[in-house]
Design a protein around this ligand. Structure first.
Ligand code: NDP
Length: 325
């Protein structure tokens, strides 16, 4: 049974007086910095001189300092730069400043799990990973609500790591709805699996292949687009609100019957085997190794795939339809 903590389980005062460095001011960085500041904590934003995010941080009332300076002055350092850049930022700007008893934090376990960052043994290491993009984390906090998060302590040398991590999650507003305890390995592997197999990779391949099948069979592309892509939101909202069973109650009996008979025909034993293969690549580090090498090579495959993706007819059509409807 998952262990879930709420507002009442946390002592937010343990974070009072601690200096928190937020390194990076993108999707997660801006939300962490603003939520923690509004929760009454002492926050410093660390960004390189040439960072594109500086203007936004300044507009939000920060006076960004260099990442190394932020890390040197801080008790708690939250690393919110893209996963593929974390090793370099850690080595250059953070590691030299990890004095005894400081805490290094991440919002996703990739770098720790795949050995990109190997923290020294004299510090606390923890994760708070909100279950949603930064703008949503910020908006929900501002509305007095929150989004869930996963958290874990990987290394506790001070004996305070768990209390501080939960207080950090509290400062983000996440304990308003509940934070689930996990491990770095579990968070990393399930997160990568879900985004590759369902949320991003699975869904976009499903939509595109279904769209192509309809257009190839002579149906109007506009109709194929709306029923295969736009309506995904309606079903996703129902799934989010009440799960699969409740979604089935909201759709027509015809749609529900089609779900039962055709769903397993599309997502069949072969797909299950492929999912197991994708999971194995995540677990044994094959995916992480490929992604790290891709970055070292200057992203040739990513850029080529991104270009091909943008040139797919569904994109131009989508732009036209979104203007029309
Ligand atoms: P973004 O790409 O949105 O933002 C990254 C930020 O880091 C930018 O401000 C960028 O500045 C800055 N940056 C880049 N290089 C450096 C550097 N060398 N030193 C300091 N700052 C730098 O990243 P995310 O917020 O999406 O991701 C941050 C972390 O949060 C990752 O670990 C990710 O896995 C995790 N996460 C992300 C979620 C999401 O939905 N986005 C959800 C949960 C966790 P510049 O503008 O100059 O590029």
């Amino acid at each position: 049974m998952a262990h879930i903590s709420y507002e009442g389980d946390v002592d937010p005062t343990v974070l009072q007086g601690k200096r928190i460095a937020i390194i990076g001011y993108g999707s997660q960085g801006h939300a962490h910095a603003l939520n923690l500041r509004d929760s009454g904590y002492h926050v410093v934003v660390g960004l390189p001189e040439a960072s594109k995010s500086r203007a936004r941080a300044i507009a939000d009332g920060w006076q960004p300092v260099l990442p190394g300076e932020a890390a040197r002055e801080a008790d708690i350092i939250m690393l919110l730069v893209p996963d593929q850049h974390q090793r370099a930022v850690y080595e250059q700007d953070i590691r030299p400043h990890l004095a005894d008893g400081k805490m290094l934090m991440v919002a996703h376990g990739f770098s720790l799990h795949y050995g990109q960052i190997v923290p020294p043994t004299n510090i606390d290491v923890a994760m708070v990973a909100p279950n949603g993009p930064g703008p949503m984390l910020r908006r929900m906090y501002s509305e007095g609500k929150g989004i869930p998060a996963l958290w874990t302590v990987q290394q506790d040398v001070t004996g305070q790591a768990q209390a501080l991590t939960l207080a950090y999650a509290h400062g983000l507003g996440c304990t308003r709805v509940g934070v689930i305890q996990t491990s770095i390995g579990e968070e990393t592997e399930t997160d990568l699996f879900a985004e590759q197999v369902v949320l991003c990779g699975g869904l976009t391949s499903l939509i595109r292949t279904a769209f192509e099948t309809l257009v190839e069979a002579g149906y109007q592309p506009e109709i194929a687009y709306t029923c295969c892509l736009q309506e995904v939101k309606l079903i996703a909202d129902l799934l989010y609100q009440g799960g699969i069973n409740q979604m089935h109650k909201a759709i027509s009996d015809t749609a529900e019957y089609g779900d039962y008979v055709t769903g397993p025909r599309i997502i069949d034993q072969h797909t299950r085997e492929q999912m197991r293969g994708a999971l194995k690549d995540i677990q044994d580090g094959t995916f992480a190794r490929d992604w790290i090498l891709e970055n070292q090579a200057g992203l040739p495959s990513l850029l080529a795939m991104r270009r091909k993706d943008a040139e797919h007819p569904i994109e131009a059509l989508g732009r036209r339809i979104r203007k029309m409807l």
